[in-house]
Design a protein around this ligand. Sequence first.
Ligand SMILES: NC(=O)c1ccc[n+]([C@@H]2O[C@H](COP(=O)([O-])OP(=O)(O)OC[C@H]3O[C@@H](n4cnc5c(N)ncnc54)[C@H](OP(=O)(O)O)[C@@H]3O)[C@@H](O)[C@H]2O)c1
Length: 304
Amino acid sequence: MSDNRSSISEITPYIYGTTRLGDDKIPREQRLKTAYAAMESGVWFHTARMYGDALEVLGETFRNKQNNIPKIIIKMGWENIPQLRESILENINPLGIDGVQLGQLCLSGGLEQDFANGGNCFKVFEELKNEGLVKGFVVEVFPWTSDAPLKALRAGYLEGIIDGFIFYLNPLQRFAANELWNEIATRNYPVIAMRTVSGGPVHSLRDIPGFAWKDYLQKRAVEMAPIFERSGIKNWTEFCMRFAHSFPMVKATVGSSSKIENLNQFLKAKENIKILPSDILDEISSLQKRWSDETDIKAERWSM
Ligand SMILES: NC(=O)c1ccc[n+]([C@@H]2O[C@H](COP(=O)([O-])OP(=O)(O)OC[C@H]3O[C@@H](n4cnc5c(N)ncnc54)[C@H](OP(=O)(O)O)[C@@H]3O)[C@@H](O)[C@H]2O)c1
């Protein structure tokens, strides 16, 4: 399929993720300052109602800098068709905007089944687009939700309406199960990678107790650190940006920070991105293939 879908053709290779803007342990002034800096840079944003008061922080910055409002991806879904519209409205109302660039479809229950079977949800996707509430859609994938998108992809239901997939894709996580990942790669179907730096520097994930939010990430960091060191790349953010963009179907990677200096690392890393050397990429890819089969697809929903 073509990468030139209008809704993603101008996507920025780095997208500012806004989870950290909703963390009320961080002074609001600091969060506002980082949001303004990200807006100034011109990158796209990713946000959701579940990120604390991130939408309200953004609403304030958008009101004050109307010329710098970014293109936005929001999470929407969930279990039934009426919720599709409701979930858009609960984002755009606090943001103070009329519509968004991309809706990230987070599907479960009856809606997930309807999607797998090419059902009525596809008509509603068209309606929401025609009304200008969204310009396009990407579908979210987890290891435990890979079957429905795979079925829909193979049946051809996604063509012309779903512009890509979005999932955790970073050196420590690749959340499309192996079969779906292979199908996406073969078709060169666009992907938005999430969690650029896997939550933080690999040595912190490996060495600082509790830094990794789950044990499996600490264990994966033990395996990843020597590969990172052997690459000769000094900066973990650069390594991760290059990792995501080493896959031809990856169009962007979403990373978050509450701090200007860390945001600046993402912004620097997005300039002149070089793909990783093939031996490093192959080694990470085989780890991810193993992790997917050994752990990810057996995991309880939402446990990782
Ligand atoms: N299901 C979903 O839709 C879903 C799930 C997860 C994430 N996401 C999206 O993806 C975005 C990124 O995910 P994420 O925040 O989980 O992962 P991430 O971007 O890989 O990691 C962000 C964490 O790393 C820290 N960090 C960033 N750069 C750093 C640096 N140079 N040095 C040290 N620490 C650094 C940040 O802390 P500081 O604030 O201290 O810099 C923050 O704690 C989210 O904001 C969200 O938009 C979506």
